[in-house]
Design a protein around this ligand. Sequence first.
Ligand code: ADP
Ligand code: ZN
Ligand code: ZN
Length: 728
Amino acid sequence: MTGVLKKCVYVSVALDVPLTRLFEYSVTAERTPAIGARAIIPFGPRRLAGVVLGVAAETQFDSSKIRSVIALPDDMPPLPEDVLALSRFCAEYYGHPLGQVLATALPVALRQPKTFVPPEPSGVYQASNLDALLQSLSPRAFAQKQLALMLAQPMARAELAAISPSANKWLKNWIDAGWVAFTETLPDAIPLPVGAAEANAEQAAAIALIDGQHASFAAFLLFGITGSGKTEVYLQTIAACLARGQQALVLVPEINLTPQLEARFRARFPSARIVALHSGLSDKERVLNWLSASRGEAHIVLGTRLAVFTPMPRLGMMVVDEEHDASFKQQEGLRYSARDAAVYRAHQRQVPIVLGSATPALETWHNARQGRYRLITLQHRAVGGAMPPQIEIIPMHRAKVVEGLHQATLNIMRDHLAAGQQVLVFINRRGYAPVLSCGECGWLGECKRCSAKLVLHLKERRLRCHHCGYEEVIPTACPDCGNQDIRPLGQGTQRIEAALETLFPDANILRIDRDNTRRKGSLQEMLRQVSAGEANLLVGTQMMAKGHDFPSLNLVVVLNADAGLFSVDFRGEERMYAQLLQVAGRAGRAGTQGRVLIQTGYHDHPFYGQLLAQDYAAFADAQLDERRSMQLPPFAAYALLRAEAEDGALAKAFLQQLQAVLTDAAGVQMFDPIAATMQRKAGMERWQLLVMSDTRHPLVNALKRIAPLLEARNNKVRCILDVDPIEM
Ligand code: ADP
Ligand code: ZN
Ligand code: ZN
């Protein structure tokens, strides 16, 4: 304290701490920050970065106790009103501290308590004479060629530098030679691209509808099977948006799995700046791309769920592709639905939003049926002649089976391979076998820390828990009775791969699952092998189901399909339908009709009748009827409170305490706390309390009552709140 009275203002700052309240600091009046700006402040002995949410001339606290702001870095445009509004909405709706929501919204580099100094000027490089540049390269200079081809588009230096450590040197040479130019700023408006496919009648109607709403909010559900031309509709409506000088935000489930989509956008908009935002990027790439979007330089942002918070000053439309995908819901920290947040934001900004899917989430389908979203259906595959895949059921009841594969399945596979086609065996279970067992005493290998079986990984010579990561060596004899004949039960990808190696010794087999694609770039390399035809018999998990086009794949075999039918989760069938249709969509992309074989032990279950009809609308309507009669979402709003403690009794008691606080809240109902489906996980006992109401408002209001209890420090019990849980 200097004793000299400088004129001060007081700012309230949201901090990344698990507390709902804001914190006040003083700044000298000359430096009054904007709302939404970053501030670096003292917090106890530490420094933290936060976001300024209020500025006032007075304070209600003792002004002598208020500490002053350390710095107001001018390293990003202040967060705009719509991002702040979206953050406030998420904080309230999902019951999460605002400061932590805002931290989620910012890239890591801008959460640090120091000024971010960009390592290079903003601005982009682009080839001014690509032909001359390419001709100058030796045919073996692969990295240089890759870099040169990237320069067909405007690219920032950080993106280019990722290609090779020599990128900067090459770039300099090419600029000196006059083949590449640097521009500080690109024009806002991008002229309509030439050479786009001519929209068919259905697409043209869709584009006209969406584009006709460009000056106000409207939510569209673009419903059409894989290959019906949804992406083409996004591209053409985005083209119109860019031509008006606006920006577009496109959310995709997992960008690592959709490099083809990014390539398609880049090919369509060669003069636009397209930036990606996803967890596969380095912190540096992420902050630069984010800044490029927030300064209005990037025309298109292609990102995963976290990109929904990206500031975009000239936002003109939004797209959520594969809107039903579970990965739009974050499953930790701020448990938000990026799809719902996107709709909120589109409304806030008064721009149209397109939700695209072949199998819309039932929540979305209901909104469309109610008329809140406008339903646009693409009935046909876009490419002339391509037909939806033919789905067949292979009943497994009393069948002759080789390693989980029916004889009929094997015969059909053999025919396809002999005809030079690719075959995909889809099994949603990695490892060799889901459990190891003793035939003598009934012992099963179980995780010591979870209520779960240990999965046998033969390649890695381990038993592994897929829930907590615990692993141990494979025992040579039964730990209980000493019997040496212990056996794997059931099949996983590794076991199917091994079986296929024996059954099809001439095939080039490739297994693709999480275990062998952890290394960066390995998935891309495998996908390249598939596209190049270097492998013809593929074994894969759901990683294979999404978004890849394999031109010569036209048989998909689905093993172990039934899991979803008996799931405790009421969304089991909805998910299963979506997944099976998605994997079926991998078959027969190139003009031929694909074939899908589904092996099931329950072939007369009504679900398979609905699947064979390939009429998702009818399936969804029937599911909605069931949900309505059972008061399940979307006909009721739910929140899940899950408490975990080493001592289960403490977890249960904590939930009972919450229950008591909520008991007389208007309009909500509760069930008694119950043990979670997976009662033990990573050494913790888990209990849960479900709270519901007919509509969202009473629920959100009631949950405010328990915020202080959830915020209070409790070393023994960890409790999370999940509003609109996707698993319950
Ligand atoms: P979806 O996103 O629904 O799976 P796409 O937009 O990817 O469908 O279209 C499937 C295929 O059809 C793509 O190869 C695309 O280039 C092509 N396609 C889409 N619309 C047209 C069109 N109007 N004319 C010609 N080809 C088209
Ligand atoms: Zn035994
Ligand atoms: Zn475990």
